[in-house]
Structure formats: C-alpha cells, structure tokens
Design a protein around this ligand. Structure first.
Ligand code: URA
Length: 444
C-alpha cells in the first residue's frame, strides 16, 4: 500500500518525505516491494524530479539499506576518486596506488563496464588471479595494511541502490540528475571517506554530454557529500575523445602500469595529476596542488607508486609480475595496424563508437551478466588535431580472430574522422567545482 500511495503522490508532483524513502528503500532491498511498483515510482521521479531534501533523503535511505566500511581506526585521511565514466579512462588504476604510496588511504570501490563505457573492475580482472570481490572485512584489513583496496560494490553496500540501478537500466530511467547523484553518493558515502574527488566527464562520449547538466550533477553530488561531512571537489574533464591511447581491458592495464613508471601519455598524466593533487590537498597531505604534483612525480620517479600497485595486486591474488612484464597479461590472438584512409587533420575520434566497437569485439557489455574478453580493443596513437598522410598508422586493432580485425577496422573507420580542417577538441580539464560553485580550471 505504501508504494502505491508514493507512486500516486510523485506522479502528481508531490514530495516523498525522509521516513517514507527509508521505509521504501528497506522494503525494496528485502524484496517486499515488487519491481513493477519501484519501476513506476522511478519513472515518476525521473519525470517530476526530486528536490534537494528528497535527493538527500533517498541517498541516506539507500546508504542505510546496507553496511559500510569501518575505517575510522586507521588514523589516516581516506580519499576516493569517482569518475562518471568514459572510454580509455584508466585513471583509477594509476591514482589508487599513486595516492596510497603517499600515505593517504584509498578505499577505491569501482564498477564494471556497461554500454560504451569501460569499468575499472573488468580492467583489474584482466590481471591473472586478481580478485575484486573482497568482503568488507578483507577490504578494511587490506586498507589498514597497504593503504588501498580496489574492490567492487559488495552485496552489503547500498543493496537498495544496486537493485534500483539495475531496474533503472532496464526502464530508461538512468539519466536523471537526482537519481544518479543519490545512487553514486550512497555508495561513496558507505566507504567511510574523509574526502572525495569527482571526475565529471563532459562531451559526446560522456554519460551526460552537456556542460550545464554536468555542472548541475557535480553541484548536487558535492552538496550531498558535504551534508555527510565528506568534502568533495570536482574537475570537469573532456570525453569527446578517448583518454590516453589504450582502449580495452588488458591494454588499459598495460598503459596504467606504464604511467606508474613515468611513461604514460600526456593527457592521461595531466588528468591523473590534477585529480591526484585534489586528493592530496583534501587529505591534508600536501599544502597546495603544486606541492602535491611534485610529490606524485617523485613517487612515480622513485618507483614507489609502481611498487605500491605490485603490493595491492599481490594482496588481491593477482600476478604482481605484470608490473615488471606486461606480457603476463592475456594477449589478443590477432593484431593489425589501422592506417589513415586519406591525408588531412584528425578531426574527431568518437569515444562512443570506440566503446561500441569494443563491445562488438567481445570486450564490453550490453547487459550486466555479459562476460568480457580482456584481450581485445585498440591502441589509438593519433590525437585530434594531428596532421596525417594517407597510409600513416593511426591505431592498432587487437582481436580474437580475423573477423574481429574486420570488425575493429569498421569501428575505427566510423570513429575517426579525417577532414581538411582541424576541429578544436574540448579543453582537457575545463572547470573546478566546489561547494562554493564552479570556476574555470587553471593550470597556473
Ligand atoms: N553510476 C551509478 O552508480 N549510478 C547511476 O545512477 C549512474 C551511474
């Protein structure tokens, strides 16, 4: 009866109060509210929206539906980074060990690939033996010992969100700012953080492409964090082209390992350092972003960051040899260069098309239960704005077989536009958002 009343009220533009959200989230997590009623309510929320206090109440209700990591006793700042997702975004693989190597605890809880966007868990699981399904107790013990655990949303964390997100995915109700903000923040707040840095992607390959909506989402998430005593800072970064060169699970691990050894592509390093600097400043481990950047460069230069990754991999059952020798990673059976079909400027490299091509190659997911092939994908060496001659190599395709190579070739043809004029790409990092509002990002 409760669900029916709430659906009716939301449908007619009314509000749901905190006690009702709490009762509903708990009842849904326990299976006492059927999916058809929750789906109707979510659609009413999607169409009517939630005000600030309803969004906070939904976040709290989903958080309370499960358990939390308990990390207060470790006596360290605890900072995570969340990205709204994209193609080639392997920043978490670099940042988690890098920041942990500088004495800040990083309880990193990540997701799987879905649709055109990649997922940190799938990337990590391409390392032979790597386990992402640690229990909360195992994760807490590892964070205390090594300063970092890289895990998935365990069944105990925000179970109401887990069910609702899957239902939203099946009922076209994902793209709602309050529902996204509540869903992400209910999981992040369960990590017992002392601060959170958000990487808000914008552009054609982002979950929400438009800058104004990205800034609105950042504002809602930051306020939800602050309400829970978790200060948040967001950077708005470009997803109108893939980040870095590698796109595909094992290929991205290889690029992340190179980045931890100081050999990462410049755009990946810029985003990693900018987000990492915010994490270190929020943690109180660096006085400002310049000091933070020097500390990160030192950790990479001395090999400490790469060693920290090795220890995390070993602790989670993976083969730590991957840091010395990426050949430990599963390898694609076939690879082939992809050449420029004509001379001109690389005008666009469309991330959505790259992501979809990876799904066609078997490396991504359209449904939560799909199994992904870690070996397939692309290494795209061309960047938007480059001048290229006909026949010049732009990328390498990695596939299971020859028909996969043909699929990859078609994907790259659709994704990469060569034109007579260059098109200016979005600024790599355009805005910094705090509870005081959004400002243009400055590298100075
Ligand atoms: N990621 C989440 O975890 N939840 C959403 O609603 C959207 C993206």
């Amino acid at each position: 009866m409760l669900a029916h009343r709430l659906i009716e009220r939301k449908r007619d533009g009314g509000r749901i109060d905190p006690g009702e959200w709490r009762a509903l989230a708990l009842a849904y997590a326990k299976g006492h509210v059927p999916d058809y009623q929750m789906a109707a309510l979510l659609m009413a929320c999607f169409l009517r929206g939630l005000d600030r206090s309803e969004t906070a109440a939904l976040t709290e209700a989903m958080l309370q539906s499960g358990e939390r990591l308990e990390l207060g006793h470790i006596g360290k700042a605890r900072i995570d980074k969340h990205s709204t997702g994209g193609v080639g975004d392997k920043v978490s693989l670099v940042l988690a060990p890098l920041i942990a190597s500088l004495g800040v605890a990083v309880p990193m809880m990540s997701g799987r690939s879905l649709g055109h966007t990649g997922g940190t868990l799938d990337k990590l699981e391409s390392i032979p033996g790597f386990r992402t399904n640690l229990s909360l107790a195992e994760a807490a013990a590892q964070i205390e010992k090594l300063g970092c655990a890289m895990i998935g949303q365990s069944p105990e964390i925000a179970p109401a969100d887990k069910k609702m997100y899957a239902l939203r995915d099946a009922t076209a109700t994902v793209e709602s700012i309050p529902l996204i903000a509540a869903s992400i923040m209910s999981k992040k707040l369960a990590e017992d953080l002392t601060g959170l840095v958000l990487d808000m992607k914008r552009g054609s390959g982002a979950f929400i492409p438009e800058l104004d909506r990205v800034l609105e989402l950042a504002d809602v998430m930051i306020k939800l964090g602050e309400d829970h005593g978790c200060p948040c800072v967001a950077l708005v970064t470009a997803m109108d082209r893939p980040l870095g060169r590698a796109c595909g699970n094992a290929l991205e691990v290889e690029e992340a390992v190179a980045a931890l050894k100081g050999e990462g592509p410049p755009d990946l390093m810029s985003v990693t350092y900018a987000l990492g600097a915010e994490m270190l400043v929020l943690a109180g481990a660096a006085a400002d972003v310049d000091v933070a950047r020097r500390e990160m460069e030192k950790s990479i230069g001395t090999g400490r960051a790469a060693e920290c990754f090795q220890r995390i991999i070993e602790a989670q059952g993976g083969n730590p040899g991957v840091v010395e020798d990426p050949a430990v990673l599963p390898q694609a059976a076939e690879c082939e260069l992809f050449a420029a079909p004509r001379r001109g400027f690389v005008a666009r490299i469309e991330p959505k098309r790259i992501g979809r091509a990876i799904i066609e190659l078997g490396g991504g997911r359209t449904k939560v239960e799909d199994v992904t092939d870690p070996t397939v994908g692309f290494v795209i060496t061309a960047r938007p704005g480059d001048w290229v001659d006909a026949g010049e190599p732009l990328a390498t395709i990695f596939a299971r077989d020859r028909s996969g190579i043909a699929t990859g070739r078609n994907g790259l043809r659709a994704a990469i536009t060569i034109a007579d004029e260059a098109e200016p790409p979005l600024p790599l990092i355009s805005h910094r958002v705090t509870s005081a509002g959004a400002a243009l990002f400055s590298n100075e």
